[in-house]
Design a protein around this ligand. Structure first.
Ligand code: 4AD
Ligand code: MG
Length: 458
């Protein structure tokens, strides 16, 4: 007998070719109801967002037993596919036989009622079975694939940068230290030097750009930021491309092209999931996303942004931090004001003050600003952080002496000593991107097993 998946039945009206055929399928019961002579099971097999409706009646073997099957049970069903063009669902499976594979104990919480996101966060191993999280992590998977596809099609080489590292790439002092069970007393005894979990693969991927031209790394990164926000996690995934012979302008062109490509890929390949998010999570989703796809991303200098924020304050807008001055580090309330109120769409902020950005960014001719580009988007704030890199050995050496990493990062300077060139790159926060695309408003939900300040489950 033919074994099918629910996806195969729904996609491109695949069910039509099985009219009147006996089929078999494995899955989990979402709901089961009956009126004594006729019963309906909503079955999901994990391959598709929608359920398959099973219909059983007194002709089905064991009507009594079937009607007592609990929500969550795994079953194997054999049934006949029938077309039901007048019903909500265009087809259903008329049950011939059901075999219970895995029963459900009492106390199973995922019954047919709505649970809050907060409650579901306590059970990450079970929430993935709900519609929202099933859709979310399917989109997450598609998105990761789209990222590899984009870079592969554009000739980028994929580099596996390490997770253990001896350097703090961003120099922000937010690293997690690595110790072993045995060497708690002398943390350096394993590697011989202090080791951290990486905050960014950039410093390790740059040397590859100077050998392959266009490269990227995509993996988990770790930051001990003690901030309890909806957008910060201690462990998150980042995509970091790096391009030789590319300046800041080229960098921004790639960011824009790349984002449009992957968002479009998700829209085409996860249509049902995106419709779900647009209906239940964010009514403005398609409108918001079409802005991204159709419009050219705007570019604004940091200096202009400060002017805009000052103007907003003088016109009576109240930020929590209302003290706006050139040289300040923008808070997410400021970033969101700029992207939501001023441009209502993605916005590149460029040319930040040198003091508030990482040591490796290229100093502009004004000597006060660096060739950085942060991409801000409505709802999320900073989605991408990128820059042209400082290729001048003397300037970079000076900056590194000031930052205190000149000695420990001597190897990094080799990329400037030997055949250095203009090069640029960026880091895209993958978990934030998923929030942005689906409208899910908390990073604790966009990550399968979130690790955030003060909280880790399993
Ligand atoms: O702006 P960031 O710190 O840039 C870098 O790490 C550079 N080395 C990237 C590069 O040029 N190769 O981080 C990049 C992005 C941010 O824009 C944000 O989307 C995300 O990573 N991010 C976080 N996401 C979740 N939780 C956190 N704690 C994050 N910190 C940064
Ligand atoms: Mg940043």
């Amino acid at each position: 007998m033919k074994e099918v998946s629910i996806k195969e039945l729904y996609k491109d009206d695949g069910f039509k070719k099985y009219n009147d055929e006996d089929l078999t399928i494995n899955g989990w019961i979402k709901t089961n109801r009956d009126n004594g002579s006729l019963g309906f099971i909503e079955l999901n097999d994990g391959t598709f967002f929608k359920n398959l409706q099973l219909v059983y009646d007194k002709d089905s073997e064991d009507f009594e037993k079937i009607s007592h099957l609990a929500t969550g049970s795994s079953i194997n069903v054999i049934g006949k596919l029938v077309l039901t063009p007048n019903n909500k669902q265009p087809f259903e499976l008329k049950v011939i036989k059901i075999k219970l594979l895995g029963d459900v104990e009492e106390g199973y919480v995922l019954q047919k009622k709505r649970h809050s996101f907060e409650f579901l966060r306590e059970i990450p191993h079970l929430r993935v079975r709900t519609n929202t999280f099933n859709a979310l992590y399917r989109v997450r998977s598609t998105l990761a694939f789209a990222i590899h596809k984009y870079f592969n099609e554009h000739g980028f080489v994929y580099v596996h940068t390490p997770i253990f590292t001896t350097n703090d790439a961003e120099g922000a002092g937010q690293t997690f230290k690595v110790i072993t069970d045995k060497n708690k007393k002398d943390p350096n005894s394993f590697f011989g030097v202090p080791v951290d979990l990486t905050v960014s693969g950039q410093l390790h991927v740059e040397p590859f750009a100077l050998a392959f031209k266009n490269v990227y790394t995509f993996g988990p990164t770790f930051r001990a930021e003690e901030s309890n926000t909806t957008r910060h996690a201690a462990e998150f995934w980042m995509v970091e491309p790096e391009m030789a012979f590319a300046d800041l302008k080229k960098n921004m062109e790639v960011i824009e092209d790349f984002l449009k490509y992957i968002i479009n890929y998700v829209l085409v390949n996860n249509k049902e999931e995106m419709d779900f998010f647009a209906t239940f999570i964010d009514k403005d989703l398609y409108n918001r996303i079409s802005h991204v796809l159709d419009k050219k991303f705007e570019i604004m200098t940091y200096t202009k942004a400060i002017d805009e924020l000052k103007k907003a304050v003088s016109e009576g807008h109240k930020f929590e931090n209302n003290d706006i001055y050139w040289g300040m580090d923008l808070q997410s309330e400021h970033e969101r004001y700029l992207t939501e109120k001023i441009v209502n769409g993605p916005l590149f902020l460029i040319d930040y003050p040198v003091e508030i950005k990482a040591f490796y960014m290229k100093l502009n001719d004004d000597k006060k600003t660096v060739a950085a580009c942060d991409l801000l988007v409505p709802g999320v704030g900073e989605l991408v952080g990128g820059s042209q890199r400082e290729e001048n050995l003397d300037i970079l050496s000076e900056k590194m002496k000031k930052a205190g990493n000149y000695d420990s990062l001597s190897w990094y300077l080799d990329t400037r000593r030997y055949g250095g060139c203009v090069h640029s790159g960026f880091g895209l926060g993958f978990d934030r991107l998923l929030m942005y695309i689906t409208g899910i408003s908390n990073i604790r939900d966009s990550e399968p097993y979130p690790r955030t300040f003060g909280k880790i489950k399993f």
